[in-house]
Every structure is written in C-alpha cells, then in structure tokens.
Design a protein around this ligand. Structure first.
Ligand code: GUN
Ligand code: FE
Length: 449
C-alpha cells in the first residue's frame, strides 16, 4: 500500500466536544497513520489537493472517525432481536448457552461470522471487541474473518469452567483445560497469516465470575501478565449477578477481578451499572475501562449505568451493542439509547412520584458526548490510536452521507448540530465508504441484501 490523500469535511472527537473542520486534506502513510492534516488556505492543503491521486469526498458527506463496538458476542448474532423474555440468568441457560454450543462446528461459525463482520462494517464499526465461544477453531474463524474484511478485531475465546453455572456440554472440563486452550489461542491469533501488523488481537475472556472457578480466574490473571494480553469480562451487570459475586467472594466484581490480577490496563468491564464509586476509582487507577451497553441494560440490568458520573470521574468508557442482549448491531443506535437512558435516569420514570423526587439529578449526557463515546471513547478504552482524525492517529474513518435516510446535514450546521443529527439519524443507510488503517474496506454503495 502507498500513501493516500483524502479531502473532506470532517467531524471529529478531539475532546468530548466535537470539532467540525470544513475543508481538510489528510496525508495517510503506508502504515495507515495520518501523517499530515491541513486546512484550506494553507500551502500544504493546496499541494495535497492538487495531487492526481487525491480522493475528494462530496460536499454532502461528512467524514467521521470509525466507530468502536466495545462489547459484542459474535456467536449470538443468530438470535439478535429474539429471546429477550427472560432474566439474564435464565436467558443464558435457556437460549444462549445452547446456541453458543453449536459453534463446536466451525462450518456454522463461518457463515455467521462472515455475515456479522460485514454487517458491522456496513454500520460503521471499524473496531470490535468480541466474545467468541469456548471453541478454539470457531474462535479462530472469527479472527480470520476480521482479517479477511480488514476490520480491527479484538477476539476472545471464552473461558468458563464452573459446573454450577455452565452446562456440561458447554464449558471447559477444568481450569487447566481452559488455561491451556486460552494460551494456544493467543499464540495462534498472533501468528495468523496476514496478521503481521496485529490488526487482530487475542483477548483473555473469563465470561464472568459466576461462570469461572477461582483457579481459572487466578490462572487467567497470571496469563494476562505473562503474555501481556488485554482482558474482557462482564462485571456487576444485574442485581442477580452483582449479588451472586458478593455472596461468593465477599467482594464486588471489580475488587474480586483486581484480586485475581484481571483488572489491568485496558481491561474492559461490560455493563458495570452496579459499580460503586470505590469500584470506579479502582477501574480508573488501573487504566481499565467500562463498556456501556444501554440497550441490553434495559432488558437485563434492572438499573441504568450512571454514565454522567463515569464521564465526570474520567473513567475510560465506550459503547457496546452486547449482541444479543442488545438487539441492534449499530453503535449509533446505542449512542442514541445512551442519551435517552441518561435523560430517563435524570428525570425518573414513575409518574406517581413527585417530579422533585422522581429521578437522579444531573445524570444527562449530551449528543456530543455520545458521539465521543462511540468514536474516541471506545478506542481510548482499548488504548489504540484511533477514534480521532488527527496527525499521529490511525486513519479509521467512516463517510456519512449527509442526505440519506432520515439524515439531513446542512452546510450551516455547527459541530453540535452535526453530532446531534448523526447520533439521532445515522444508520447503515447513511454510511458510505469505510477505511481501517488507511485502507478502504467498504465501498460507497452497500451490496443489496
Ligand atoms: N453475562 C454472562 N454472559 C453473558 C452474555 O452472554 N450476555 C450478557 N449480557 N451478560 C452475560
Ligand atoms: Fe455481554
């Protein structure tokens, strides 16, 4: 690959406030890193825009940073939009573990993962942090699928060995077995042909404390340190799950994970609505992060993550679809729901309670913050140089079609208005080209489904 020059109108996330840049020229190097960014009226802009290979985006489009899905279960894609009638603990045993057990067949995984990765790219997700299943071969299929399409993928083979919670046909037979397969998977992903630049990374993935023995959690913590691998898990997701961990360990999920060596830099804790302030401070001190999954939380959590507090405390946070606890593959959809949930938390919802006592004051987030969470928040959580279209960052970007679907961007719209319109109206219909690491991996027109 050689250098690329892109000319565009840009909405980016340099802080939680978005920045609108009217006419920008990017010079992206062969490694996919933005080497230069110049505005109209500068000599370098003139030089780059005159280059015969410069790609000029239409005035009716807006270039934004690629989106990060910070929590998604790839094997649950076939039941997205289904089976949301039970509490979490029943839903896992009734629908989810039986579905995930089918990935013992790698051919089943091939079809599902191909469809999912393509769908995520059509929705602008340039980076995804995936839970796969307990199966080595099928989890490698997911890693290879990300590589084939050019998506930045963080892929976890799921570790779960606890006989009380996991069914006999869907768990590793022992802690040692889970540790062995996790170690092999890490080596295999790092050695995949075509992965020399590390576009796809392995992630240590204890499903959640209730599904793992102490020996497994301790072993995975040691493995993360030994092999320097990121960690992801679920933490304090629902009343049931939070209480289960308190009863078993005498500690909150966050503190127990820390004791097992699993709360490390860029560890991602999914859901995390029941974390207290001490937990959140610990997450911050460890440079770990939260994945906010507002759609899923509406079904399973029983409470809303106090996102305003998370942002004010500067705890790393991004957005997750949590397919299929959440039904939508769109991070934009989750960004809208993050705003709505924060507003409902602030106002409260029970009309029979007086307004002054109904909600939790000062809980709202705004649309620019939601845009930031969808782009830079997720990338920062993972510690990757993406999510901001500026020099030194990877060129992971999405072309927003400003007059498509319900979206109507106007030339006079300021940054806050653009962010609000995009968060409210962007969908796969309004997405044109997609780039990851400087490479265009999706064309303007989506293939017909
Ligand atoms: N906790 C443990 N496993 C899961 C899962 O698959 N989805 C959700 N939402 N929570 C979990
Ligand atoms: Fe989940």
């Amino acid at each position: 690959m050689t250098e690329t020059i892109i000319l565009a109108r840009v909405l980016t996330s340099e802080t939680p406030q978005t920045t609108l840049l009217e006419n920008v020229a990017f010079l992206v190097d062969a490694e996919g890193v933005i080497q230069e960014r110049h505005s109209l009226g500068t000599e370098r802009y003139d030089a780059l825009s005159a280059h015969r290979n410069a790609v000029r985006l239409s005035d009716e489009t807006l270039l934004i940073p690629g989106l990060t899905d910070l929590h998604i279960h790839a094997p649950q894609w076939p039941q997205a939009g289904m089976a949301l009638d039970r509490p979490l603990e029943d839903w896992l045993g009734t629908y989810t573990f039986p579905l995930e057990a089918r990935y013992a067949d790698p051919a089943f995984a091939e079809g599902v993962y191909d469809d999912l990765v393509r769908t995520l790219l059509e929705n602008g997700t340039t980076t995804a942090l995936y839970f796969a299943t307990i199966h080595e071969e099928a989890s490698l299929v997911l890693a290879r699928t990300c590589l084939r399409y050019g998506q930045r993928g963080f892929v976890g083979l799921v570790a779960m060995d606890h006989p009380d919670l996991c069914p006999p046909d869907y768990r590793q037979v022992s802690a040692q077995d889970a540790l062995d397969v996790t170690r092999r998977f890490i080596g295999s992903v790092r050695a995949l042909p075509g992965n020399e630049h590390g576009l796809v990374q392995p992630v240590i993935t204890p499903r959640f404390i209730p599904a793992c023995s102490d020996a497994l959690l301790e072993g995975l913590g040691a493995l993360a340190a030994e092999l320097n691998v990121r960690v992801q898990t679920h933490a304090s997701e629902s009343d049931w799950e939070h209480q289960h961990v308190l009863d078993r360990t005498g500690q909150t999920d966050t503190r127990a994970l820390d004791r097992f060596g699993l709360l490390r830099a860029h560890t991602v804790l999914a859901h995390a609505g029941f974390l207290d302030q001490t937990d959140r401070a610990l997450v911050g001190n460890r440079n770990a992060a939260l994945a906010h999954c507002p759609i899923s939380n509406a079904f399973f959590a029983g409470a809303a993550l106090p996102l305003r507090h998370v942002l004010d405390e500067h705890v790393h946070c991004g957005l997750g679809t949590d397919i299929s606890g959440g039904y939508s593959p769109s991070i934009f959809e989750n960004a809208r729901q993050a705003v709505l949930t924060s507003r409902l938390l602030e106002s409260g919802t029970n009309p029979h309670i007086p307004a002054s006592e109904r909600g939790l004051p000062k809980s709202r987030i705004d649309f620019q913050e939601a845009f930031w969470l969808a782009t830079r928040g997720g990338a920062e959580a993972l510690g990757i140089s993406a999510g901001q279209l500026m020099s030194g960052q990877k060129f992971d970007a999405v072309e927003i079609l400003g007059t498509s679907g319900a979206l109507r961007l106007r030339p006079k719209d300021d940054a806050a208005t653009c962010a609000q319109k995009i968060v409210c109206h962007a969908s796969s219909q309004t997405i044109g080209r997609v780039w990851v690491n400087g490479r265009q991996i999706k064309e303007k027109a989506s293939p017909p489904c």
